[in-house]
Write a protein that binds this ligand. Structure first.
Ligand code: MOS
Length: 699
């Protein structure tokens, strides 16, 4: 395996709207998802979950369940296979009688049919002893200081003297902003098919798992199960969305693996229900953001302070990096950020589209809107005045700081110039009409350790990498990248992914997939051409991994965007509508405009959905989330989505990746809820600082 710094790729297929290479398989139903792969004599698993938020399992009575026709067995903590490691408190299930949150897995029922398993699970009697618990994030209980915040950032930062600067500032804004719990709801619920077998006298575990990273699942499970990584194969050829919730294995994957170890080799199929997703597969923590901003006479920020409170689980630490965008977004000589956690008896929080940036930028961008008004400046102008020359945190120049261009382009296209400055000044019949703007940002990330394989075949090239296309179009974009890197047409590329039998690849997360995997593919392609020439015989191959060039250490890499929203608020009912949104983005070179537009518009829809609807309601008396389905956890539906447009600046810098791309999966959700909240303020004069913007706020 070679490591090299790949050279920039001349775009030919890159930048074209190649239709999804797997589109036909998907729309004809031939694409098989995690529980659809044919396997021999599967058993169906159903999860039994705890009904206390903290306590002990005293007894599990299986007799009625086992008497039900079709039920084969019940596995609980008394007889589940033992794990070799239990330090991951989320995954170490069925090992003892402790209950860590309401909805935790306490038993698994295996049956000959899904229906029998479900009925069996209903018939399992679990006697539990409840203990006192704490499940509510409050200002007064979020005081634990984690050592780092995700992925490995400083918990606190402090530059200059914020207090003194605020004392002498012309304008000071001090406000608190809140975002609620939110749950990822990809179309395909989490699901796993698992079976154990023996090969050359060694145990083997095979999984079809709905995952954003097959290699990550194998790496997480192997040491816990006491086997080598090579003894696990994980496959995810097609995945119906994830939004971060499939970025790491959750407990149901372990449940399937453990249950399958008891069946004498019969495969186990486990599909998490939509309801169970609200306790088992991750969620965005609620956040409390306390902002203090100070400016000079010209509206230039002299102090930025962002103190965050949010939550983690007693079972495993998860510290969302909510203040991280505040550290690089605007310039100010005096800056301070901090994160404190409430350690609760709840499920472990996890990644949800733009973890950190989404809640953090909601707070920051509403604060900027309030500050603009306090300074008597247009909100676009305030942001322009505070655009830094270098990354305030790193001190490095930005490879590309496209924010002001995005704001200007967006303002022009949206018709910002004709906007009246004062709020509550435009009405259309019974509706107040307003417009708002917010900035967006997301770091450009390229994960190390990715390896790609290029092999000449009779018909072209097989290009392999163990990455996952979770529905974004990665398989298509990587086909375009491979074609250009090899100097052939996209029809000549057979792109293979979604399998740990293929070379090492990082998770489809952090908007890093195309950059990380694409760079490895370019490296492998260029090394292949160097090794074998461009007219190779079939059967020759090269594996390579991409290093970053020295130049990459001299710049700060971020994407930027500007979101404009028009909001109508009904004068008598408070109903809020978003007839028009526009996002303009600086995201590097776009590999495929069709799939890229889907990502950006999808992010905008999700941000608008967060603004209007999304909220997981936790009942503090019992400690669980009561909004357990899409009837009670509302997401934007077709009728809510009107005119949403996304466009991007023409960019071609290849300092970050040889393709010129920087990542697009997450930035669309960043700042969007703030743009809607700011527009709602402009329409009504009512400032809402807590998501979602429910009708009662405007009455
Ligand atoms: Mo994304 S929340 O990093 O999958």
């Amino acid at each position: 395996m070679t490591e090299l710094v790949p050279s920039p790729v001349e775009p030919k297929a890159i930048g074209t709207a190649l239709p999804r290479v797997d589109g036909v398989e998907k729309v004809t139903g031939r694409a098989a998802y995690a529980v659809e792969h044919p396997v021999d004599r599967p058993l169906f698993a159903w999860l039994v979950t705890s009904t206390v938020a903290r306590g002990r399992v005293v007894a599990v009575d299986r007799s009625e369940a086992l008497a039900h026709p079709g039920v084969v067995s019940v596995v609980d903590h008394t007889d589940a296979p033992r794990l070799a490691q239990t330090d991951n408190g989320e995954l170490a299930i069925l090992q003892d009688d402790a209950v860590g949150f309401r909805g935790q897995i306490v038993a698994v029922v295996l049956a000959e049919s899904s229906e029998a398993a479900r009925e069996g699970a209903r018939l399992v009697r679990v006697e539990q002893e409840a203990e006192p618990f704490e499940a509510e994030l409050r200002e007064d209980n979020a005081s634990y200081r984690p050592e780092k915040v995700n992925p490995a950032m400083e918990t606190d930062t402090d530059q200059g003297d914020v207090d003194t600067a605020l004392g002498t500032a012309t304008t000071v804004l001090e406000q608190t902003y809140r975002t609620p719990y939110e749950h990822n709801n990809p179309l395909e619920p989490h699901a796993t098919t698992a079976w154990w077998s023996e090969e050359d006298g060694r145990e083997r575990l095979t999984l079809f798992d709905s995952s954003q990273g097959v290699h990550g699942v194998a790496t997480a499970l192997a040491p816990m199960l006491g086997i080598d990584r090579e003894q696990i194969r994980v496959m995810a050829p097609f995945v119906g969305g994830g939004f971060g919730s499939k970025g790491e294995a959750h407990a149901h994957v372990m449940a399937a693996a453990l249950a399958a170890r008891t069946t004498g080799g019969r495969p186990v199929r486990l599909a998490v229900t939509r309801q169970q997703m609200f306790s088992l597969t991750g969620y965005r923590t609620a956040t409390i953001s306390k902002f203090r901003l100070g400016t000079d006479d010209d509206g230039r920020l002299t102090a930025i302070e962002h103190r965050v409170q949010e939550q983690t689980s007693r079972l495993r630490e998860f510290a969302e990096q909510t203040a991280s965008p505040t550290r690089m977004m605007y310039a100010a000589p005096n800056r301070r950020t901090s994160h404190r956690l409430a350690v609760l008896d709840v499920a472990v929080p996890s990644w949800m589209r733009a973890p950190g940036e989404m809640p953090g930028m909601f707070a920051h961008e509403v604060a900027m809107d309030e500050l603009a008004e306090a300074c008597g400046l247009d909100p676009v102008e305030l942001r322009r005045r505070n655009d830094p020359d270098v990354d305030p945190e790193e001190g490095l120049p930005f490879d590309r700081r496209g924010l002001v261009e995005c704001l200007d382009r967006g303002a022009e296209r949206f018709g910002w110039a004709s906007r009246p400055r004062a709020p509550r000044s435009t009405a259309d019949g019974e509706w107040w009409v307003g417009t708002g703007v917010a900035s967006a940002t997301y770091p450009a990330m390229r994960q190390p350790g990715n390896v790609a394989r290029v092999e000449s075949t009779d018909t072209g090239f097989a290009v392999s990498i163990g990455a996952v296309d979770i529905g974004t179009g990665a398989r298509t974009a990587l086909t375009q990248i491979a074609a250009d890197a090899l100097g052939v047409g996209t029809d000549d590329i057979d792109l293979r992914l979604g399998d740990t039998a293929l070379p090492m690849a990082s998770v489809a997360g952090g908007s890093s997939g195309t950059s990380s995997w694409g760079s490895a593919i370019v490296a492998a392609a260029q090394q292949f051409l160097a090794d074998h020439g461009d007219r190779p015989d079939p059967g020759l191959w090269t594996e390579a991994s991409a290093l970053r060039g020295d130049e990459a250490d001299r710049f700060s890499f971020h994407s930027f965007g500007a979101v404009f929203a028009e909001v109508h608020v009904h004068r008598y009912t408070g109903e809020l509508r978003v007839p028009r949104m526009l996002g303009v983005y600086s995201v590097g070179r776009v590999v495929n405009p069709t799939t890229a537009r889907s990502q950006l518009v999808g992010g905008l829809v999700m941000g608008m959905s967060a603004a209007l609807f999304e909220e997981s309601v936790r009942d503090p008396r019992f400690g669980h989330v009561v909004t357990q389905d899409l009837a009670t956890y509302h997401v934007a539906a077709h009728a809510d989505v009107a005119g949403i447009e996304a466009e991007w600046l023409d960019e071609s810098t290849t300092t970050f990746t040889p393709m010129g791309s920087r990542g697009i999966g997450e930035i669309g959700i960043v700042g969007t809820a703030a743009a809607v909240a700011n527009a709602a303020y402009h329409a009504t004069g009512v400032r809402v600082r807590d998501l979602p913007l429910t009708a009662d706020a405007f009455l």
